[in-house]
Design a protein around this ligand. Structure first.
Ligand code: GLU
Length: 489
């Protein structure tokens, strides 16, 4: 058996998509499980849509997911990607060889002629396909076209009808009729650029790729590519097509419908941990043999098996991803958590707190987060600026007689406590409740929570007291009481 060599071949026409990341992950796991090599190749032949910024985004986020590739051009001590645009000459030479061998031909059809053909097919209810008209252009006609300034593309001659079959490592036997491939496919466009199906085959041959693992939206491309391998006289690699990722309504994940949430960058910037996203994406269509949902990259490598990848589509579920991320966030030790939380804390004005208090704030929220960016909102009430109580749901509670009594009692009794630590605070609030007959729970706690945080829910109240310290607590309670008086007068 030759060494396993797989690749991920994204086109830099957009940021790294969740689906591409999952394909990269399966390729990576397959390579590592088999002591093989994982290669990154950027399919940048689409001159109009390819962008340098997308190249960076793809590279950075593959690295962020810890899917590093094993070879590539040296870019100052690390591996860059292979790029197709550097090989245009090579593709053209090979396509011209196929023309010389009569396996391909120059096609002079203009875009206008092809549009007319399409319209005619549409009118007569036929599927739109190229009618292979270029196969029988004589030398004389070709010369005339060239004299008229037409620049040909190169098309492959496809046997029609013919059934192209292969044993797919995920889907089992697949059979595609060559009549369903849209007519003789283009290899080189009239611009001189190779099309995806040709460049991909040439590259996979040049890079000695042994297994092509990609999404099932490429199944018809695979049939075309097998014909190209045959024309080039090469054996084709193993193919494995994984089912796509859909949303709950069985729609493909698309930027138009799902916005930035189809891109890995969105998860990286909102504070998902790469380990969580890796685990979530890996388990979407594959379960390790011990049936565990939570597993590390190393465990996945040890156990990965293409045979166990599901044939049915995976459903993307943000709630489930949040569950994974919450799990991995909780596993972080406090120091690491703090470092990762800093960018989100830095968006708040917390200069008046010392590092112990910041540490305490973080422990208040750590266990309940879906992602780190939630920290900013969850802790914003600690900012020293006055809170906004002018919401109907707050006013209704603050306007109750019991609320003003409770808040006044807290103000009056606070002074007698030395530290106002969490224990003392809890005792203070509870004793106010007991002495005055306020029900523990909503009646007793809610006015205090609203006064201190302008929220209905949140972390443990007595710990909030301690972090805010006596002066802030007093100011906030007075502000809340003032509002209470205002609305009553
Ligand atoms: N550039 C193709 C894509 O992004 C690659 C498909 C393949 O793996 O061959 O879908």
């Amino acid at each position: 058996m030759p060494q396993v060599r797989v690749r991920i071949a994204p086109s830099p026409t957009g940021s790294l998509h969740l689906g591409t990341a999952r394909t990269a992950l399966y390729n990576y796991l397959y390579a590592k499980h088999n002591n093989g090599k994982f290669v990154l190749r950027l399919e940048d032949t689409d001159e109009e849509r390819s962008q340098e910024a997308y190249t960076h985004d793809i590279i950075n986020h593959l690295k962020w997911l810890n899917l590093s590739w094993d070879e590539g051009p040296d870019i100052g001590g690390s591996y860059g990607p292979y790029c197709q645009t550097q090989k245009e000459e090579h593709y053209r030479r090979l396509a011209n060889e196929l023309v010389a061998q009569k396996k391909a031909y120059f096609c002079y059809a203009t875009p206008e002629e092809l549009t007319i053909l399409k319209e005619e097919q549409l009118k007569s209810g036929k599927a739109s396909r190229y009618d292979n008209r270029g196969r029988c252009v004589s030398e004389k006609e070709a010369k005339a076209y060239e004299a008229a300034g037409r620049i040909p593309c190169i098309r492959l001659i496809v046997d029609e009808p013919r059934v192209i079959t292969w044993d797919d490592l995920i889907k089992g036997t697949i059979a595609i009729n060559s009549l369903d491939l849209g007519g003789d496919p283009i290899l080189i466009k009239s611009s001189g650029m190779a099309v995806y199906n040709f460049a991909v085959v040439v590259d996979d041959i040049d890079m000695a790729i042994t297994h092509v693992i990609r999404g099932e939206d490429h199944i018809h491309n695979t049939a075309k590519q097998i014909l190209i391998y045959e024309a080039l006289g090469k054996t084709y690699p193993e193919f494995a097509h994984s089912a796509l990722i859909f949303d709950a309504e069985k729609q493909k994940l698309s930027k138009r419908k799902h916005g930035e949430f189809v891109h890995i960058s969105k998860y990286a910037s909102t504070g998902y941990l790469p380990e969580a996203l890796f685990n979530y994406l890996a388990q979407m269509s594959w379960t390790p043999s011990n049936g565990q949902e939570i597993f590390s990259q190393t465990e996945a490598i040890n156990d990965f098996d293409l045979n166990k990848v599901s044939k049915s589509p995976a459903i993307f579920d943000l709630t489930k991803l949040n569950w994974f991320n919450n799990h991995y966030l909780r596993q972080l030790d406090n120091e690491t958590f703090k470092v990762k939380a800093m960018p989100y804390l830095d968006l708040l004005d917390l200069n008046s707190y010392d590092s112990n208090e910041i540490h305490e704030m973080l422990t208040l929220v750590k266990d309940g987060l879906n992602n780190l960016s939630e920290i900013t909102q969850a802790l914003s009430f600690f900012e020293p600026k006055p809170l906004d109580y002018e919401k109907l749901e707050f006013m209704e509670i603050l306007n109750q007689d019991s609320a003003s009594k409770i808040l006044n009692l807290i103000l009056n009794n606070m002074a007698s406590f030395k530290n106002l630590d969490a224990k003392e605070t809890k005792a203070l609030i509870d004793s106010i409740g007991v002495t005055n007959g306020f029900k523990k729970g909503k009646e007793l706690y809610m006015p205090i929570r609203i006064a201190l945080t302008a929220r209905l829910h949140g972390p443990d109240l007595s710990r909030i007291f301690t972090i805010l310290k006596t002066q802030q607590v007093q100011t906030r309670i007075k502000n809340a009481l003032a509002l209470n008086l205002q609305t009553k007068s």
